[in-house]
Design a protein around this ligand. Structure first.
Ligand code: HEM
Ligand SMILES: *[C@@H]1O[C@H](CO)[C@@H](O)[C@H](O)[C@H]1NC(C)=O
Ligand SMILES: *[C@@H]1O[C@H](CO)[C@@H](O)[C@H](O)[C@H]1NC(C)=O
Ligand SMILES: *[C@@H]1O[C@H](CO)[C@@H](O)[C@H](O)[C@H]1NC(C)=O
Ligand SMILES: *[C@@H]1O[C@H](CO)[C@@H](O)[C@H](O)[C@H]1NC(C)=O
Ligand SMILES: CC(=O)N[C@H]1CO[C@H](CO)[C@@H](O)[C@@H]1O
Length: 335
């Protein structure tokens, strides 16, 4: 094939660009299959993690949702660096939003299996990301390619935890997501994570009895749902009963678009979930996700994007030997 001088002149800088980009990627960016050939013989790190996750989720289906949420909480506080796993008197884990986060021990168990096959190679942050991907797959949401190459953070502080609240408006949550480089569409897709798992009465009690101090329930809640939830969550009760986030109760453990259908039908449980379907900023996206079949694939893409938030790569951070080692207090004080 003959190449004209003009074409060659165009192609040269292009090749340069590609090379720069390529070397950049080797050192800094996440990539699919980062651990390929980094572990002895033919050991597939992702398979080891998948087996550990499946072993646990098959015994307790609810753990899948917990693992998806764990990845979100890790990524939103100090980046996806497994800082959420660190123990210590004032680490992230001790912050109120983490009260109901579960699944820490699943990550620790997967890490133990991985360390047995190839010690000191695989980060806890990557194990969290892989486990979330596996959790989506085990919840029938299909399998997306997870990017890896994260390193583990050294710092974990409860005072860094500023996760969005379930009583946030769409605009307030949008601000929280955009701080992490995620746009409005990403936010609508990621909140679709609420297609699985549970919340608890105390987090939406106000909507049932005294919405925004009105002395009345939230007028945007379907009356049938209001009646059911008032029955499950009696006023003044301290029993904090779990309630499915996706009110299609046949779909509590399934990653699909039924959550969006429910919120369009005014059957959102958390205030932020309901507002997604009502706010002019997000309602068209909600409607299109509710009426198309593409949600799981797009959710996977949004999870990959979330998984790249403020990651440590290359020579930053460390590869922990155990995922829940105790916080190093000198680091905490020095921060
Ligand atoms: C504005 C953003 C968000 C807010 C305010 C929020 C809030 C909440 C709240 C209050 C709960 C219930 C906790 C409980 O009662 O124990 C919850 C559960 C959950 N969240 Fe979110 N969330 C947000 C974004 C996300 C994202 C981005 C994901 C994942 C991609 C996610 C995944 C989950 C899952 C799977 C559960 C169920 C956990 C379980 O059953 O153990 N959430 N969320
Ligand atoms: C949000 O980001 C996604 C993925 O990075 C992109 O495809 C989409 O066009 C963006 N949407 C908006 C509204 O900016
Ligand atoms: C709940 O407590 C409030 C204030 O203490 C009281 O007015 C109300 O009657 C109680 N409701 C029920 C159902 O016990
Ligand atoms: C990490 O967690 C596991 C399981 O929860 C526990 O058995 C182990 O002692 C913990 N390790 C450290 C170093 O805290
Ligand atoms: C804690 O961090 C300090 C400063 O980074 C370091 O000098 C020290 O060796 C660390 N201690 C442990 C037990 O890791
Ligand atoms: C799993 C975990 O560490 N949970 C902690 C969350 O925060 C509360 C309150 O500080 C702790 O008691 C829990 O142990």
């Amino acid at each position: 094939m003959k190449m004209s001088a003009a074409a060659a002149a165009l192609a040269l800088p292009l090749i340069g660009l590609i090379l720069v980009n390529f070397t950049g990627q080797c050192h800094a960016a996440l990539q699919v299959g980062f651990y390929k050939d980094k572990c002895m013989s033919d050991t597939d790190v992702e398979d080891i993690v998948s087996s550990a996750v499946a072993r646990r989720v098959n015994r307790d289906r609810g753990l899948a949702a917990a693992l998806i949420r764990l990845h979100f909480h890790d990524c939103f506080v100090n980046g996806c660096d497994a800082s959420i796993l660190l123990d210590g008197a004032s680490s992230e884990k001790t912050a109120p939003p983490n009260l109901s986060v579960r699944g820490y021990d699943v990550i620790e168990e997967a890490k133990r299996d991985v360390e047995e096959a190839c010690p000191g190679v695989v980060s806890c942050a990557d194990i969290i990301a892989m486990a979330a991907r596996d959790a989506v797959e085990l919840s029938e949401g299909g399998r997306y390619n997870v990017e890896t190459g994260r390193r583990d953070g050294l710092i974990s502080l409860a005072s860094n935890v500023d996760l969005p609240s379930p009583t946030f408006s769409v605009s307030q949550s949008m601000a929280a997501f955009s701080k992490k480089g995620l746009n409005l569409t990403d936010m609508v897709l990621l909140l679709g994570g609420h297609t699985v798992g549970f919340t608890h009465c105390l987090l939406f009690q106000d909507r049932l009895y005294n919405f925004q101090n009105s002395g009345k329930p939230d007028p945007t809640m379907d009356l049938m749902l209001l009646k059911q939830l008032r029955f499950i969550c009696p006023q003044n009760s301290t029993r904090n009963t779990p309630v499915s986030l996706d009110q299609n109760l046949l779909s509590t453990f399934i990653v699909d678009n039924s959550f969006y259908k429910q919120i369009i039908g005014k059957r959102g449980v958390l205030q932020i979930d309901q507002e997604l379907a009502l706010d002019p900023l997000t309602k068209d996206t909600v409607f299109s996700l509710a009426t198309c079949n593409g949600f799981p694939v797009r959710f996977g893409q949004a999870m990959v994007k979330m998984g790249a938030v403020d990651v440590l790569t290359g020579s930053q951070g460390e590869i922990r030997k155990s995922c829940n080692v105790t916080n190093n207090d000198s680091n905490v004080l020095g921060f």
